[in-house]
Design a protein around this ligand. Structure first.
Ligand SMILES: Cc1ncc(COP(=O)(O)O)c(C=O)c1O
Length: 499
């Protein structure tokens, strides 16, 4: 490792002292991190054109003061026990210019910090997680597919792809898939590979709206969408959701873009009825609005045939369709897709090219093979069966322990349900109660009800789901409730029953 050290040979400060100060500063400002290995004294002396003794003496002094420690036979390392107080004191003594608040863009100011993901103590059951079950991922096939691509693709892998659209065979595979499963008829030229739905949403904000434009989103809804449009300076309106999806008559004229999750509304799980879909398309046509259809988990549907996508139903209203591989593969793959009309797809591709050129080629190529060879379809089929069992285990445990005190929504599809508990409030403490539950309140921009929880069932075994619900019941020590549930007309406007 080369250290960025400049020695001033004109200075009256001895070289050994200058070296000591430079390395000390790097340790305190974390340019060198605890455990980092320092260059050997001979190498550093040569690089800085000083004697080896100068370096050895500086290292010795840093070691004596606790900044470094030497391990016999393996070298000199940054100490793992630099007192924080020392680093903080150093921060306070930094020149003012370095500490002055930097003026950032309005965009940066409007970004909101993601809420920290709570720690799950060991032994606690996490009922809030709705990630795929990574242990069931067909790792052997995926590893083989990736290695084959690594071996066979040669220089193609190392170069920029010629355009931002993504790997053509993958786009072709997606066009074929959505035609079959979502009644979307498009060509590969209309499919843009993106780094997850989140990037698709960001591209929508860049391509479709200007500051102060009005955007309608669902309430409760996906915070990733709200965050993107807010950061880009849109005026974001929230629209309530009922059992049929977004409530069209509550939309405000002037919305340039309407964002919706019709297959499995996030987080209520409502599946938008055909009548509501047609009503939404009519409204968008009359008011000159565009639709963004986020189809994030439609592959997991447990009852009945999937309803056709808005994209396929809306002949004369522009719809941008977004899909992701985060749920059927894993979120770390950062691959998703956006489907739009030819001319819009071209605009999106231009924005993607400006943003990051294109998504990583190796994963795109391997994914195209994975789909072509039927691995993905087999995996989804297997997971659908597994998740279906788990979903039933969760629903029946809730029913057994809470009866009508737990109203379950959105259990026909997806990877989570929304549970509205009656007369029960306050999150259990995972350390004390052995179960973690997180409130759905973060999905409401305002006026969140206190008793709604998103519960995931895909990454937890049936046994753990049952045990988790039993622990929940003990935590709330609530006997099976009797009587019917209250509740408002809209999920966004629920009236809470009180204890
Ligand atoms: C509504 C919605 N859209 C999209 C995603 C997935 O985002 P990404 O594809 O960026 O991982 C999620 C993830 O939970 C989601 O809930």
């Amino acid at each position: 490792m080369q250290l960025p050290i400049l020695l001033d040979r004109e200075s009256r400060i001895p070289l050994q002292r200058q070296l000591f100060d430079s390395i000390r500063r790097m340790v305190l400002t974390r340019g060198l991190r605890p455990g980092d290995r320092l260059p050997a004294s001979r190498g550093l002396a040569k690089a800085l054109d000083v004697s080896r003794v100068t370096v050895s003496l500086a290292y010795d002094q840093l070691t004596a003061e606790g900044y470094l420690h030497a391990r016999r036979g393996s070298g000199t390392f940054v100490s793992t026990q630099i007192p924080d107080a020392l680093a903080e004191a150093h921060g306070r003594s930094l020149p003012r210019a370095a500490q002055a608040r930097v003026r950032v863009s309005k965009y940066a100011d409007r970004l909101q910090a993601e809420p920290a993901v709570g720690h799950v103590p060991s032994g606690a059951i996490d009922l809030s997680c709705f990630a795929p079950d990574f242990d069931r991922f067909p790792m052997a096939e995926w590893r083989r597919t990736l290695s084959r691509r690594l071996r066979s693709s040669g220089r193609l892998l190392f170069q920029y792809a010629g355009d931002a659209y993504g790997y053509e065979p993958l786009r072709q595979a997606i066009a074929t898939y959505v035609a079959k499963s979502r009644a979307i008829h498009c060509t590969a030229a209309q499919v843009l590979i993106v780094s997850g739905s989140q990037q698709a949403l960001d591209l929508c904000a860049r391509v479709l709206i200007d500051e102060e434009d009005s955007v309608s989103i669902e309430k409760p809804g996906y915070p990733g969408t709200h965050g993107v449009f807010r950061a880009h300076g849109a005026r974001v309106h929230t629209v309530p959701v009922d059992r049929d999806g977004i409530v069209v008559r509550r939309l405000k004229p002037g919305a340039r873009v309407i964002y919706t999750t019709p297959s499995h509304q996030f987080p209520t799980g409502a599946s938008m009825s055909i009548a509501r879909r047609m009503q939404l398309i009519d409204w968008a046509r009359q008011h000159g609005s565009m639709l963004i259809e986020d189809d994030y988990d439609s592959e997991y549907r447990y009852h009945g045939a999937p309803l056709p996508a808005l994209y396929g139903l809306a002949a004369d209203v522009p719809v941008v369709y977004i899909g992701t591989f985060s749920k059927v593969m894993y979120p770390g793959i950062r691959l998703g897709y956006l489907i739009a009309t030819n001319s819009l797809a071209h605009r999106f591709a231009a924005a993607k090219w400006m943003m990051d050129r294109h998504s990583s080629l190796l994963e795109q190529m391997a994914l195209a093979d994975f789909i072509k060879e039927g691995h993905l379809e087999r995996h989804v089929r297997r997971m659908r069966r597994l998740y279906h069992q788990r979903r039933m285990a969760l629903v029946s445990a809730l029913d057994q322990h809470f009866g009508e005190a737990a109203e379950i929504l959105g259990d026909q599809a997806g990877m989570h349900i929304l549970v509205r508990f009656r007369n029960l409030e306050g999150e259990p403490d995972p350390a004390r109660d052995g179960v973690r539950l997180t409130s759905a309140s973060k999905y409401y921009v305002s006026d969140a009800p206190a008793n709604e929880y998103v519960m995931g069932f895909t990454a937890v075994t049936e046994r753990a789901l049952r045990e988790g619900v039993a622990r929940l019941c003990r935590a709330w020590s609530h006997p099976r409730a009797k009587g019917s549930l209250g509740g408002g007309q809209f999920y966004g406007e629920i009236t809470l029953p009180h204890k």
